[in-house]
Design a protein around this ligand. Structure first.
Ligand code: BES
Ligand code: ZN
Ligand code: ZN
Length: 486
């Protein structure tokens, strides 16, 4: 599917179908040529409402405002309607607000995100008929949409959305296929992008590094662990972003076995790993001026005679001893060693991403990422970019009293809290034990347990994986690079 820009008026461009946004129920706007028919059909132009007028070859979609996320919702809604027709070409106006590039970028993102579908295991696949989408600078957009800036906006939006879809593919794949060695193959394939290199470390390396926590989680699996370390290092690199992703290719819960209902969808427990790989891919393709590391702790949490047990005591890379009281709190064990390793990379920003706790979903709901860390400024900075990207975030504040709930009588720390409340925060505070003092204020913990995998369609996301975290981090780095240019 190709997205292109045209400086012609929309009426002068040939296409099989036209998308018209009805902004804030304004059916009197001159772009709405079929007001009477729409009113007859009861179409009001409310947010996410769509109406296909087949004989007019037009899809009308209601959006509440010209905000970027309204544009995304409208564009993906239109794509959903058009997908079921035979239309190959689409045309649409620019719907620019103050800053034209923003909405062209958002529109491009939504076309790519909205047309995604995961059909690997369907015996009858539905191909996408849509081949080209032409965004026209028409009568209703501001005259200052330069072709060059519009083309750049399309490129950036497309790259961000494709990186997100890349992550979705990794998460949607079945666990039998998507194991640590497959993830290694995929991480290595990123080396085809200029300035990207990948190293994959196995059991021996983890042993040498003293990664006793990571190794314990892997013990019952017949597939070896992998610590994947992908680096994008352009010659003009400014600061260093080190991303760490939870790459649990399946989480049975281990001996503290999950009940059947809760185990379903745990193929998504590598959502953090998939996200950090997607971020690195997107950033490298956009040639962002940063050194970016994506570190993934990849293993499954299985059961078997070799399985680590509640009551075991593990020693992590940084020497901290951990009492295991629940083998289902495994992600934090893998991240403990990966975070200690990540600190050795001397990051300017250290961000871990993980489907870490059900408690985060209880606190914030399915769609929102939990943001934790010590620096309010850092949290705020990322959350501002997340908002622009259309991803939802909420902060969960650390506090000294919750940290005390992780005390252990036999080891330095327990892998679960003694209280059932505040579980997302106590998990974050557990991780804090593995972030060196020097990096405490540079560290963010993103719990994506809610949005990484949702079993229903929502907005421009389909049932299944959403690539949570990819867009917000790419937006964040892009904005940072612009600020530094000023
Ligand atoms: N992978 C799960 C967390 C999860 C839950 C992700 C729901 C996505 C959706 C994690 O490893 C886990 O099992 N956490 C436990 C922690 C508990 C034992 C302290 C949980 O959340 O129940
Ligand atoms: Zn678990
Ligand atoms: Zn898990």
């Amino acid at each position: 599917m190709k997205i292109e820009i045209s400086n012609k008026k929309i009426s002068e461009v040939a296409a099989d179908i036209k998308i018209v946004f009805v902004v804030n129920k304004d059916l009197d706007h001159k772009s709405v040529e079929d007001k009477e028919t729409l009113e007859f059909l009861g179409f009001k132009g409310e947010g996410e409402e769509a109406c296909l007028l087949a004989d007019k070859k037009t899809v009308y979609v209601g959006i509440d405002s010209l905000d970027a996320d309204e544009i995304r919702l409208g564009a993906s809604k239109a794509i959903n309607v058009i997908k079921s027709t035979t239309a190959k070409s689409i045309k649409i106006g620019t719907y620019s607000d103050d800053c034209p590039g923003v909405n062209i970028k958002a529109m491009s993102e939504a076309f790519i995100l909205g047309s995604y579908s995961y059909q690997n295991y369907k015996s009858k696949k539905k191909p996408l008929n849509i081949e080209t989408i032409t965004i026209c600078t028409d009568d209703y957009s501001r005259p200052d949409v330069s072709m060059q800036s519009a083309q750049k906006a399309i490129k950036v939006g497309t790259t961000i959305a494709e990186a997100t879809n890349f992550s979705k593919n990794l998460v949607n794949e079945i666990p039998y296929e998507m194991h640590s060695l497959k993830l290694e193959e995929i991480a290595k394939s990123l080396e085809s992008i200029p300035n990207v290199t990948c190293k994959a470390y196995g059991k021996e390396f983890l042993e040498e590094q003293g990664m006793g926590a990571f190794l314990a989680v892997n013990r019952a699996s017949h597939i070896p662990p992998r610590l994947l370390h992908v680096v994008y290092k352009p010659s003009n690199a400014k600061e260093k972003f080190v991303y760490v992703g939870k790459g649990l290719t399946y989480d049975t819960g281990g001996l503290s076995l999950k009940p059947g209902d809760y185990m379903v969808s745990m193929k998504s427990d590598m959502g953090g790993g998939a996200a950090v790989l997607g971020i690195l891919k997107g950033a490298a393709e956009l040639e962002l001026p940063y050194e970016i590391h994506a570190i993934v702790g990849a293993t499954e949490n299985a059961i078997g005679p070799e399985a680590y047990k509640p009551d075991d005591v593990l020693t992590a890379k940084n020497g901290t001893t951990i009492e295991v009281r629940n083998t289902d709190a495994e992600g934090r064990l893998v991240l403990a060693d990966c975070l200690a390793y990540a600190c050795e990379q001397k990051p300017d920003y250290l961000i871990d991403m993980a489907t870490l706790t059900g408690a985060c979903v209880v606190a914030l709901g399915d769609y929102t990422t939990g943001v934790m860390g010590h620096s309010s400024e850092l949290k705020h900075s990322l959350m501002k970019s997340a908002n622009k990207s259309g991803e939802l975030t909420g902060t969960l504040p650390f506090n000294r009293y919750l940290k005390k709930l992780l005390k252990s009588s036999i080891a330095d720390v327990s892998n679960i809290s003694s209280s059932r409340y505040g579980g997302a925060i106590t998990a974050g505070m557990f991780l804090d034990n593995f972030v060196e003092d020097e990096y405490k204020d540079k560290w963010l913990h993103l719990d994506i347990a809610g949005p990484a995998y949702v079993e229903k369609d929502w907005g421009y996301n389909q049932c299944g994986a959403s690539g949570a975290g990819v867009r917000m981090n790419l937006y964040w780095m892009i904005e940072k690079s612009k600020e530094e240019d000023k």
